[in-house]
Design a protein around this ligand. Structure first.
Ligand code: FES
Length: 173
């Protein structure tokens, strides 16, 4: 038996945050048009891409996503005026954070997908899945597996008590 026989093929997990007015509607249209696209994509419906923040995007990677994209209305079409502009900045900023923690910034992207663009929705889904396949598994997944069975050094209630706070002082653990 060769190495390839024992290892499972890599199926990337891709998370797509899609704004309800454009990208999500385009996804619906892609379904109505019976367009095929990679089943690896998990679509998360959000009101507007302006709602996205770096913590949410990083959390998706921390939870094991191999690629993440944010898909919203075309520039000038956001129902909340500048939500997509804000999302573009958030994605650019988060890409820098990814590079700092050792993840490829290409794992994250922003796309403009108008509501009428069903084929574009399918194309972007395939594109990000292929990209994740080329980049390989998210290295954080391995760390998560290693930590999965690890027990805490101490049970939460075994920590020493906090020192008595003086007036106006706040202790955080
Ligand atoms: Fe679609 Fe704002 S409503 S990006």
């Amino acid at each position: 038996m060769t190495q390839n026989d024992t290892t499972e093929p890599f199926e990337p997990k891709v998370v797509a945050y899609c704004c309800t007015y454009c990208a999500y509607t385009a996804g619906d249209l892609a379904g109505s048009m019976r367009l095929e696209y990679a089943p690896n994509v998990r679509v998360v419906q959000i009101l507007c891409t302006g709602k996205i923040d770096a913590v949410l995007l990083l959390r998706a990677f921390e939870d094991g996503a191999d690629a993440v994209y944010v898909a919203g209305c075309a520039i000038g079409d956001c129902h909340f005026l500048e939500g997509n502009l804000r999302a573009i900045q958030t994605v650019a900023h988060t890409k820098k954070l990814l590079a700092e923690i050792g993840l490829e910034p290409q794992r994250l992207e922003f796309f403009q997908i108008p509501a009428s663009a069903g084929p574009l929705f399918a194309q972007r889904a395939n594109e990000m899945t292929e990209r994740a396949q080329k980049l390989g598994p998210n290295p954080l997944r391995k760390t998560m597996k290693q930590n999965a069975g690890r027990k805490l050094d101490k049970a939460p209630d075994q920590h020493p008590p906090l020192p008595q706070a003086k007036h106006g002082q706040l202790y955080c653990r």
